[in-house]
Write a protein that binds this ligand. Structure first.
Ligand code: UDP
Ligand code: MG
Length: 315
């Protein structure tokens, strides 16, 4: 294959596995005679030995390129940085933990060529080693998202995918700071083909996402892709006004008939409406915080140093 292949890998505290990942990727590239390639690993402020391991690779092999962040900026920023630095015609995104097998690369390229697709995205047939609770919350999230979002988003899809240069260019043109990579790829459009595969267990190390972080991610995604919460807030407001009018009429009529003050119901109503108002202020706050982040125009990530980036070394 003449065309250059880029493999983008975000890595955060992956010392236990990163060398196995790179070795496996290299083996696949070699076996299939993809001699024109680069592996772009983004070290997302790891506090372990990840960067030292990567440096050793980059010295031995100039096709292993490193973008080293100044601190941890998060999975999405790391993936974005990898994409910004990728120079290939075929660009793969994979996690550092070998949950997405690099052995599937040739089949994915074949599918891209055969179907003339611009994106071949991985869809998980099965998710080994993930708890029932994680699977259920993940399914719940995709359902909620698709209900709230203005566009549909493929279920059970991660970042594992293959893109062509056109799609990469479109992605790299996006200027928003808070990126949800997989969502943006479906938002971009183009011709996209699903690719079904079995997701492996994480081979070593631990997941960097706990439930608190997952919930935060889910909320960020919903608020940055959908305006429906605002519309729901509006409808709820109208519902509350109508309900309170009905209650007012009821109170006036019942007062005329029984003249008994209903303390409990009054308090309930106050608490109910107070709660709704706080909730709505929270919804507004979420959008405001996104706007706040965007207007500050701070970069998505800071690169401390890079290794081998910009070097083109075809073997
Ligand atoms: N990751 C990252 N920065 C972070 C958290 C995670 O670059 O702050 C990387 C991590 O090294 C891995 C990928 O993002 O390559 C996915 O993370 P993880 O496997 O922990 O997530 P899960 O597969 O459990 O959803
Ligand atoms: Mg993982």
């Amino acid at each position: 294959m003449k065309k250059k292949i880029s493999v983008v890998i975000p890595a955060y505290n992956e010392e236990e596995i990163i060398s196995r990942t790179i070795d496996r990727v290299l083996a696949v590239l070699e076996k299939n005679n993809y001699s024109n390639y680069e592996i772009v690993v983004v070290n997302d402020g790891s506090s372990d030995k990840t960067i030292q391991i990567l440096n050793n690779y980059s010295i031995k092999n100039t096709n292993v390129k490193i973008v080293n962040f100044s601190r941890n900026f998060g999975h999405e920023a790391a993936t974005t940085a990898g994409l910004h630095h990728a120079e290939g015609e075929y660009i793969f995104i994979i996690d550092a933990d070998l949950q997405d097998p690099p052995e599937l690369f040739p089949e994915m390229i074949k599918k891209m060529i055969e179907t003339e697709a611009d994106v071949v995205y991985g869809v998980r047939n099965s998710r080994k080693g993930e708890s029932l609770l994680k699977k259920a919350t993940s399914r719940g999230f995709y359902r909620t998202f698709n209900m709230l979002s203005d566009f549909k988003f493929p279920v059970d899809t991660g970042d594992f995918r293959l893109l062509n240069r056109k799609v990469l260019a479109a992605f790299n043109n996006l200027s928003e700071k808070k990126k949800y990579v997989r969502g943006l790829f479906s938002w971009l459009g183009f011709t996209q083909e699903p690719f079904y595969y079995d997701r492996e267990e994480r081979s070593a190390g631990v997941s960097k996402y706990n439930y608190r972080k997952l919930l935060r991610l889910a909320l960020d995604v919903i608020f940055s892709f959908s305006k429906k919460p605002l519309k729901i807030a509006f409808s709820l407001g109208i519902f509350c006004i109508l309900t309170s009018l009905a209650l007012l009429i009821y109170v006036m009529v019942s007062k005329a008939i029984y003249a008994v003050p209903g303390w409990a119901s009054t308090v309930t109503i106050i608490v109910f409406f107070g709660g709704i108002q706080m909730f709505m202020i929270g919804v507004l706050g979420e959008y405001l915080s996104i706007i706040f982040d965007e207007v500050k125009k701070r970069p998505e990530y800071i690169v401390k140093e890079t290794f081998n980036i910009g070097k083109n070394n075809e073997k």
